[in-house]
Unconditional design. Sequence first.
Length: 329
Amino acid sequence: MLSSYINAAVPSQQHYHLHLVGSQQVSPQALLHGISDAELLWRASMVPMRPGMPVRRTPKVAFMFLTVGPLPLAPLWERFFKGHEDRYSIYVHALPSYEPTEQPSSVFFGRHILSREVKWGDITMNDAERRLLANALLDFENERFILLSESCAPLWNFTFTYDYLMNSRESFVGAFDDPGPVGRGRYDPGMAPEVTIEQWRKGAQWFEVNRELAVYIVSDVKYYEKFKRFCTGICYVDEHYIPTMMFVEFRDKISMRSVTAVDWSRGGWHPGSFGRDDAEGFYQRVRNDRSCLYNGKPDNVCYLFARKFRPESLESLLRFASLRKLKLL
């Protein structure tokens, strides 16, 4: 069944636009270096009050990679991004102990933000997500924000992916009501009145949101402390915090589905992973899924990304990507 992480973005190696803070223009390098999470979230929560940008620009998609360490599928992503430098930004949150090894020619060079320790299923996972969003929000050209992992692979070429996101009237956040023990069974009455059991939702953490929703997520003080206190242990807060908050506040603005596919058909606590021998089959199967709506209508494409691909799947994925008829190049 398919279902649907500031050394702040060290900007010295690449070109970055200046960001407006109050009445001043401050470079990201001066703005972010060494500041606390609290100040980062505060800065990112600011929004311009006057509509319209004073300069002509191309809106960008912020690709935010939440990783343990290296990006084993980087060669595939390099191919995906090539030639589209004005339409994307990249942010990488790895464990603090990881030392980046990307070369200056890589699109990932200098894109690691200042990170903190992250524990699976813990609120620190949401902290990392908000840290990524906050860094990305400081670039006013970023309009869409997609969270990815080191095991994610793109399913289509950049142009198709960009147009799909930019033309969507909704953000892609999975949020569903699970009446069983791993859904409503995780609800704590202490969540009320902010969240009732009828509002409690579950979903994949791999979200995609527009700027309005991204600003809300980094600005939130209403729900965060509740989830930090009452969604612990086997509650796995990263599966509930953003899905529930988005459902309560923006249910008419989210699609209730993710654009990142995973395979839960094998059972267990984690989705299936794919390597050299079975990566291509899963890849094709996800690309052929048509069981969804896009802007309210049935569509031929449901997913833009898929996971979990093991490092040994790279050769197979690169070979598959080289088939021009599949629109990945």
